[in-house]
Write a protein that binds this ligand. Sequence first.
Ligand SMILES: C[S@@+](CC[C@H](N)C(=O)[O-])C[C@H]1O[C@@H](n2cnc3c(N)ncnc32)[C@H](O)[C@@H]1O
Length: 278
Amino acid sequence: MPGKHAPPARRNAGDGREVDLLHYIFSRSDLEELRGQPKKVLAAIDDYVENHNRLMNVGPHKGAFISKLIAERKPSVMIELGGYVGYSAVLFGDAVRSNGGKQYLSLEINPENAAVANMIVELAGLRDFVRIIVGSSNESLIRLVKVEKYISQIELLFIDHWKDLYLPDLLLLEELNVLKPGVSVIAADNVIMPGAPEYLEYVRASPTQKREILGKRKLSQSDNRVDNGLTKESAIDPSRVVGNPNLVYESSIEMFEWDSGRRKDGVEVTRVIGEDAA
Ligand SMILES: C[S@@+](CC[C@H](N)C(=O)[O-])C[C@H]1O[C@@H](n2cnc3c(N)ncnc32)[C@H](O)[C@@H]1O
C-alpha cells in the first residue's frame, strides 16, 4: 500500500475518518500520479475503504449503473443530493464531462464533508466542472432555481442523502416546477437498505393515488427545516410544500446484491413522462 500514512481504525462515519481520508490520500507516495486522474483518485479512496475505514460512498456496481444512465441521458447539468467526501461527484462528474455535459452540482449539508470533497475533486482535476454547494438540499435547490435562476429543469438527479428527506425534496422539486415530462430522470439510492418506503410509494403511484397520499400526508418535523431570509426571498417555505401530484412518473428498481447475496439494495429510477390535467 503506497504512502506512510497509517490511519487508526475508527468506528462510524463522521468520527473523523473523512478528514483522515485526506491525510491518507495526500501522504501517498504515488500522489503525483493521481493529479488530474479521476479513476486513480477513486481507486485511492477504494484502497482507503478496503484497508482502513468504511465510507458511505456509492459502491462500484451502483456506480457503474448510474454511469450508464449518464451515458444514456447525457445531462448538461447533473445534480446530486448528498455529496459526502466527493466519491460520487468525481465518478459521475467525470462521466457527465466525458458525455459532453457542462456541470455537476453536489449538494452537501456538512461543511467538513464538503471541504474534504473539494480537495478530492481538485485533486481529480474536476475543480472547474464540479461545484460543491454547502447547505441543506432544500435551501440549495430553492436558491439554484429561484434566486440564481441557474436551474430551470432537472435533467438527471441523484438522490443520496438521508432517506427521510427523499420525498420532501422530491415534492419541493415538483413545486418548483423543474420536473419536466420527457426531460427529467431521478435515480434514488438506498431505497431498500436503509430504505425509503414513503418515497417509493409516491413515485410508483398514479396521479390519483398521489393526490390521496398528499391529502393524508401530515408534514413531519423533518420537512420543517427552513425559516430564514432565503425562504422569504424565494417565497417558498419548505414546511408548506405540497408538491404537484399531476406529474406522471414511470418508475422501476434496479436491484444489487453483494456479500454473497447477504446484502441487497436498490436504485429506483423514475422518469417524468407526462402531466395529468386533473
Ligand atoms: C450516503 S452519503 C452520500 C454519498 C455520496 N453520494 C457518494 O456516493 O460518494 C450522504 C450525505 O448526505 C449528506 N446530507 C444529509 N442531509 C443532507 C441535506 N439535507 N442536504 C444535503 N446533504 C445532506 C450527509 O452529510 C452525507 O454526507
